[in-house]
Ligand binder design. Structure first.
Ligand code: THU
Length: 144
């Protein structure tokens, strides 16, 4: 699974976004260490706060089905019903969820687009000086 293939699966997931309020559809494709891909989309709610981002949908699907270690996530987003027009970076809450379950020094966050080349980052570079499980005395995410 290369970065472009993972972005293609994120673009596919984006088609299923439920975004009647923001009209901003996001898709994610999370690659676990067994080679499985977990897709997610954003799912909004009339009460607003119960809304869930695409990235967290992918993580919560994966973890609830038994996946434990992760290699990379591709993220795409843009105006509903249109091709993406540039990169869509994960929000701070989603970065913190990644920090809970991933090794910040090896987990890759790949920003995707329908035209532009995939743009990879390490989690540590988009969430510097972060707080995580080991700060509370718990085991660090796998690989750390
Ligand atoms: N959104 C995501 O799904 N992921 C991100 O990283 C950025 C924001 C969603 C939340 C909301 O449904 C919509 O995009 C507009 O903020």
């Amino acid at each position: 699974m290369n970065d472009s293939e993972l972005v293609a699966l994120a673009l596919e997931a984006r088609e299923r976004a439920y975004v009647p309020y923001s009209h901003w559809s996001v898709g994610a494709a999370l690659l676990d260490d067994e080679g499985r891909v977990w897709q997610g989309c954003n799912i909004e709610n009339a009460a607003y706060t119960p809304s869930n981002c695409a990235e967290r949908t992918a993580f919560f699907k994966a973890i609830s089905e038994g996946a434990t270690t992760f290699a990379a996530i591709a993220v795409v987003g843009g105006p509903e019903g249109q091709p993406t027009r540039g990169y869509c970076a994960p929000c701070g809450v989603c970065r913190q969820v990644m920090r809970e379950f991933c090794d910040k020094d090896s987990f890759r966050v790949i920003l995707g687009d329908s035209v532009l080349e995939p743009k990879p980052y390490l989690l540590r570079d988009i969430l510097p000086e972060s707080f995580g499980p080991e700060d509370l005395g718990f085991a660090a995410p796998q690989g750390a």
